[in-house]
Write a protein that binds this ligand. Structure first.
Ligand code: G4P
Length: 190
């Protein structure tokens, strides 16, 4: 069992059959030492790929990605959520529906910060239905940037996102994959 799985068992709170709260260490109060260990684990798992940029989405992805970017010694770009429909031409744009929050957001990245010269590692905190990842992939495709890998902290394996993304052929490394969870137990995929 890795450090993130151990921490989820210690401090994660299952809110209902679908939502795991990790506010105390990952996305509200943040344990930087844990993030450093997670970043080193991704560095090990992706040691065979060459990247020059990390891409994530605001807001919870940013802190994790900042530490990962520091370990890989590359810049971090994050997609911004933009409610307004009128966006200038100098942005890549994709539409992302959040099932958890039941809201549609445009996500945008300035064209200056992503191009066909970029080899990208995408990082995010949660993978549930995969909509956020699909939006980030769409933005990379618009920029003709190369997606070399995807690192997810917590994949909810009982939702469809991981299967969809792996089926398309992306290399997806999730540090903790939850097979099932209830208020009594959390079971990780081996
Ligand atoms: P998807 O992106 O994989 O399709 O999932 P979904 O629409 O369900 O998730 C939307 C948001 O909810 C994402 O954050 C995601 O990180 C978060 N999320 C999904 N499942 C869980 C969960 O079990 N626990 C927690 N704590 N968060 C979850 P977001 O809307 O992009 O917002 P932000 O929190 O990063 O600002």
């Amino acid at each position: 069992m890795n450090c993130l799985e151990k921490r989820i068992l210690k401090n994660g709170i299952v809110k209902n059959a679908n939502v795991l709260k990790v506010d105390s260490f990952l996305n509200h109060q943040i344990d930087i030492k844990l993030l450093q260990e997670m970043a080193l684990e991704w560095q090990y798992r992706f040691k065979d790929i060459e990247i020059n940029k990390i891409l994530t989405i605001e807001s919870s992805g940013i802190a994790i990605s900042a530490i990962v970017a520091s370990v890989f010694n590359v810049p971090l770009v994050y997609a911004k959520k933009e409610k307004s429909q009128t966006i200038e031409d100098d942005f890549y744009k994709a539409s992302v529906f959040s099932f958890t929050h039941n809201v549609e957001n445009n996500i945008i990245v300035k064209r200056d910060y992503l191009s066909e010269d970029d080899n990208i590692l995408i990082i995010d905190d949660f993978l549930a239905n995969g909509c956020a990842l699909e939006g980030l992939i769409e933005i990379c495709n618009q920029a003709n940037a190369n997606i070399k890998g995807i690192g997810i902290a917590i994949e909810k394996g009982f939702q469809d996102g991981g299967r969809k993304i792996r089926n398309i052929g992306y290399r997806l490394e999730s540090l903790a994959i939850i097979e099932k969870m209830s208020d009594k137990e959390i079971i990780f995929r081996k």
